[in-house]
Design a protein around this ligand. Structure first.
Ligand SMILES: Cc1cc2nc3c(=O)[nH]c(=O)nc-3n(C[C@H](O)[C@H](O)[C@H](O)COP(=O)(O)O)c2cc1C
Ligand code: SF4
Length: 531
């Protein structure tokens, strides 16, 4: 029961199932348990039956009693969901191993399934530098977008001098179409706390913050329950596992600005300031929260830590490709049959994800492209679907892995409109601190609008490309630097769609060109007034 299914009455379904079990006198045999996200969002609410491994999809409170009757009758009615489907069998759950299997609000479930054994191990069997060495050896790279080596980041924070240090978990997740981190926070919050505590031990920090957007109320409340329970069990707070290690975690709630996911803006927001990026260096690892060394990682990055400690760095490094180790969680959305959350080994092809796990586009339509990396990413056309999903391969195609949002487009999708959608998003989310992004995104959006309305000329298209280059190379933070990516990648692969929208040079510009700078008084330089 994560946010998606809760909005489809899954709380009522649980009550109806409990009543049906009671009415059937089956309380001794059947236990109804609330669990987190099972991944197949497009077919939810789902009810799983263990140990049989049955799966019921699109369940309503009204058919709860027939499910229980079938189960108590000894003949499990043929479940409509198919656990043998590639959607499930092609996955490799590491981060999502407990999602949909344990009650996220009961720490006992987490502990029974091996939770907190990694923290215990690092406290009593490993020195901080050995923990960092293990994370480095695993090859884990940050899952927040840039893919920076996690072990290297931890080593930098550990080495940085500071009378105190902080660990921050970035749960801002603002990309349209991305819901991986929300789901992990809602389904397995203790895993994040354990990962953060291990990080605290490794780098020498005693205080952690989890930054979550206010639009994620269920994630926030489950984290708060998880923190309370972990403290009750002596797994957070003072003297963890009766050792000398102290570690606390507090939740900080963001107002839902995309830019607050950028690390320096996020830290400013935690400090109570306006959430705007600042130039780097200095990097947070040396000069972070309130000027102290700060380790900042993404939700999924922290979720990988305990499995790496438990199963060993070599196991993790054996998964994936040479430079992209392990697994990756993706949210599959758009024109795709099996909308949902998946975790696959790095290196799997885009085709396998879109066609096998995702089931292709609905209604027999052809898949045209997939957008990875959200507004900072790019569009990959179907002709390149045999490309492996790893950091380097996606960059070669002009996109990025990003945090794992995957939006699928079918043959009916207008790529110029798509680029315009992402540009509108960046324009609205630009914090306005630097000129190239503040003005450039507006200009690019207006040019795209003119194109979409068949009012643009070839010169406008050239200007769009020039602006992409300018904004990319002169913006202060990643938002502006990557805002042109959806335009550039659609231009690269679907240029004809842009050209088809053009009108002949010189014709049709009725009235003043809305993109031209306003008339300027004599003597004033263009840049002074317009930019
Ligand atoms: C505009 C913008 C938004 C970002 N949003 C997020 C986000 O929501 N979550 C996230 O983990 N990283 C986000 N990042 C990347 C972070 O700045 C940072 O690199 C990341 O959290 C580091 O964690 P990692 O090393 O585990 O990937 C964003 C970056 C930019 C430029
Ligand atoms: S690039 Fe955009 S979001 Fe980043 S600091 Fe500049 S105006 Fe703000």
């Amino acid at each position: 029961m994560a946010a998606g299914c809760l909005s489809s009455r899954s709380a009522e379904i649980k009550t109806a199932l409990e009543k049906a079990v009671k009415d059937n006198g089956a309380s001794e045999r059947i236990e109804i348990c609330r669990v987190g996200c099972m991944g197949l969002c497009g077919r939810g609410p789902l009810v799983g039956v263990d140990p049989e491994g049955l799966l019921y999809e699109h369940v309503t409170p009204e058919n709860a009693s027939s499910i229980v009757t079938a189960l108590t009758g000894g003949v499990a009615e043929a479940a409509r969901g198919d656990p043998g489907h590639p959607f499930f069998t092609r996955q490799m759950p590491v981060v999502l191993a407990r999602s949909g299997r344990v009650d996220p609000e009961r720490i006992e479930h987490y502990i029974e399934s091996g939770g907190y054994s990694a923290l215990q191990h690092v406290l009593f069997e490993m020195q901080p530098e050995q923990i960092i060495e293990a994370i480095a050896q695993s090859g884990l790279r940050g899952r927040g977008g840039a893919g920076y080596p996690t072990g290297l980041k931890w080593a930098t924070v550990a080495k940085s001098a500071g009378e105190r240090k902080y660990v921050v978990c970035n749960g801002d997740e603002g990309d349209p179409g991305a819901f991986m981190d929300r789901s992990v926070l809602e389904s397995d919050p203790q895993a994040i706390l354990e990962g953060m505590a291990i990080a605290g031990r490794a780098v020498g920090a005693n205080q952690g913050f989890i930054y979550v957007r206010a639009e994620y109320p269920l994630a926030i409340s489950r984290l708060q329950v998880a923190i309370r329970q972990a403290k009750q069990y002596g797994l957070l707070g003072t003297g963890i596992f009766e050792s000398s290690f102290n570690f606390n975690v507090d939740v900080r709630i963001g107002a839902g600005a995309f830019v607050c996911g950028e690390e320096t803006a996020l830290m400013a927001s935690i400090e109570g300031k306006r959430g705007q990026p600042r130039p780097r260096p200095p990097f947070p690892a040396e000069h972070g929260l309130w000027g102290y060394p700060t380790l900042l990682n993404n939700v999924e990055t922290f979720a990988n830590i305990a499995p790496i400690i438990n199963r060993g760095p070599d196991w993790y490094a054996s998964l994936g490709t040479e430079k992209s180790k392990g697994t990756k969680v993706f949210s599959l959305t758009g024109k795709i049959r099996n909308t949902g959350l998946i975790e696959v080994e790095m290196g799997i092809s885009i085709r396998e994800v879109v066609e096998e796990l995702g089931g292709g586009a609905p209604d027999g339509a052809k898949v045209k492209a997939v957008q990875t990396g959200g507004p900072s990413g790019g569009c990959i056309p179907a002709a390149y679907f045999d490309t492996p999903l790893d950091y380097e391969s996606l960059m070669k195609l002009g996109s990025i892995m990003g945090s794992g949002g995957m939006v699928v487009m079918d043959e009916h999708t207008n790529m110029v409109e798509l680029a315009r959608f992402y540009m509108q998003f960046c324009m609205e989310e630009s914090c306005g601190k630097c000129v190239p992004c503040r003005v450039g995104t507006v200009e690019m959006y207006q040019l795209l609008t003119r194109l979409a309305e068949h009012r643009a000329t070839l010169r406008d298209l050239e200007q769009l490309e020039e602006l992409c280059d300018l904004v990319q190379s002169t913006s202060l933070c990643g938002l502006g630097q990557t805002a042109p990516n959806p335009v550039l990648s659609t231009l690269r692969y679907f240029r004809n769609e842009y050209l088809d929208l053009l009108q002949a040079e010189g014709g049709g510009h009725d009235g003043e060109n809305p993109l031209s700078p306003p008339a300027q008084p004599v003597g004033m330089k263009r840049n002074d007034s317009w930019l």
